[in-house]
Ligand binder design. Sequence first.
Ligand SMILES: CC[C@@H](C(=O)O)C(=O)SCCNC(=O)CCNC(=O)[C@H](O)C(C)(C)COP(=O)(O)OP(=O)(O)OC[C@H]1O[C@@H](n2cnc3c(N)ncnc32)[C@H](O)[C@@H]1OP(=O)(O)O
Length: 252
Amino acid sequence: MKPYTIEEHENGLLIFTITRESKRNSINYEVMDGLVEAIELAKLPHVKILIITGEGEKAFCSGGDLSVFHELKTEEQAYTMLSRMSKILYELLMLPKPTVALMNGMALGGGCELATACDFRIARKDIKVGFVQGKLAITTGWGGGTILLEKLPSSTALEILMESSIYTAEELQNLGFIHYIYEGDPLYAMLTFIKNKQMIEGSVLRAYKEIAVRKWNQSNIRERIETEVRKCSILWESEAHHKQVDLFINRK
Ligand SMILES: CC[C@@H](C(=O)O)C(=O)SCCNC(=O)CCNC(=O)[C@H](O)C(C)(C)COP(=O)(O)OP(=O)(O)OC[C@H]1O[C@@H](n2cnc3c(N)ncnc32)[C@H](O)[C@@H]1OP(=O)(O)O
């Protein structure tokens, strides 16, 4: 069974769900394939808004699947994986349609990068969110740091990245990362959040998104993401990183 679902709802909604609840919706290579599939489907004219979420209540996404990716030891091995996912997040960022991260549970590491690549983030009130890569002795490596610096004031983004702390949804709303906080049913919350946007013509939504895309292109975002991937690959090879991942893998 695939570790994701892609559902088309009425009124042009496409919902991508990572269905690895028992692994806290961490991202492995198959989930990457699923994201590619969803982004391609979202390009179809009848799709108006792409929603990305996770199964269950515990996690939106706990980042890269450390049980798979801890096998990547060298800079080049890490680069291949990081580069692949960075291209996916770049495509998600550039998708000429509104995208929403429906953060139904915690988001850590790469899970935050996935959310950052979406245009809007809505989060359940009691979740925890952290760009914890620093604690694993790496930086963001999927382009999420570069994208965060586009979306928040640079001093705020740098603080979030450098501290590698875990935040509450409310703290991140105050910092401008989260747009809307909900309690209760995630689907209802998402429909409430997108209601006004959904009433706008798709061509208008697309035209606005293209303005944002042009801005990002003018700032050479693709090249800057590539630099992030390269730098993270170098750090990935370090003993400090492998030690931290081993601690997580062997924690029980
Ligand atoms: C690789 C790219 C890099 C990037 O560029 O950003 C990253 O994403 S690095 C990864 C960053 N993520 C993390 O460090 C999160 C690691 N996970 C945790 O800290 C905790 O698991 C949790 C997410 C806080 C959840 O805690 P809890 O609810 O107590 O559950 P468990 O810890 O028992 O986990 C349940 C189950 O899920 C597996 N799991 C969780 N996260 C991952 C992960 N990122 N990769 C692989 N597997 C993960 C965990 O191992 C448990 O599995 P079992 O032991 O088989 O039950």
